[in-house]
Design a protein around this ligand. Structure first.
Ligand SMILES: [Zn+2]
Ligand SMILES: [Zn+2]
Length: 194
């Protein structure tokens, strides 16, 4: 499971709509459930497609304070591994057999890339609406721990009381957008080294 957070004013329905537009054709079928605050979009290969094994992946999109959070669930494989296995075994026995299965291989490889392709659509949508994984304006304020005054991000000292603010600046993980503490070396959400 991977979660990414996009900060800013973004409607989960826009992400769902773009996923729908990008995947609901050809070998995939897309279903959407839930309401505008909590949406789940399932992208699955069609039950009776001609090539490749079957796979499905669900993206859960929720509104969180100041943005949206998107989680991609574990990908279900159904016959995918079996389909690839069959191809590999067939090729050992008879390399020419691969020629008959080129469609299957192409579809299976495409399915393996599904997670990356979903993130690509999500990233594009977020960029299109001016949001991203950097902190939004509201979160980009640092509250002085001494006098509770809101200061612009990256202020070295509090505007009101002059206290040093270097240690209380919030920042986000460059990979997943999670708000992390300056002292953290590994992102608690995606385990990237910060
Ligand atoms: Zn202060
Ligand atoms: Zn992260």
């Amino acid at each position: 499971m991977t979660t990414r957070i996009y900060h800013g004013d973004l409607d989960p329905r826009l992400i769902a709509r773009n996923l729908m537009a990008s995947f609901d054709r050809g070998n995939y079928i897309v279903q959407q459930i839930g309401n505008e605050q909590d949406l789940a979009v399932q992208i699955a290969t069609r039950p009776h497609q001609r090539s490749g094994g079957r796979t499905a992946m669900t993206a859960t999109i929720s509104k969180v304070a100041d943005g949206i959070s998107i989680t991609l669930g574990q990908q279900n494989w159904f016959g995918l591994a079996a389909s690839l296995g069959y191809t590999a075994i067939g090729a050992v026995r008879n390399p020419l057999s691969l020629l008959n299965r080129l469609d299957d291989i192409a579809q299976d490889v495409e399915s393996i890339m599904l997670e990356d392709k979903i993130w690509e659509v999500v990233d594009q949508t977020a960029r299109q609406f001016g949001t991203g994984q950097a902190l939004s304006e509201r979160l980009s304020r640092t509250i002085c721990p001494f006098c509770n005054t809101a200061n612009p991000i990256a202020s070295a000292r509090c505007l009101a009381c002059g206290a040093p603010l270097g240690d209380v600046q919030p920042m986000t993980c460059p990979t997943c957008g999670f708000v992390v503490d300056k002292k953290e070396v590994i992102c608690p959400n995606c385990k990237t080294r910060l």
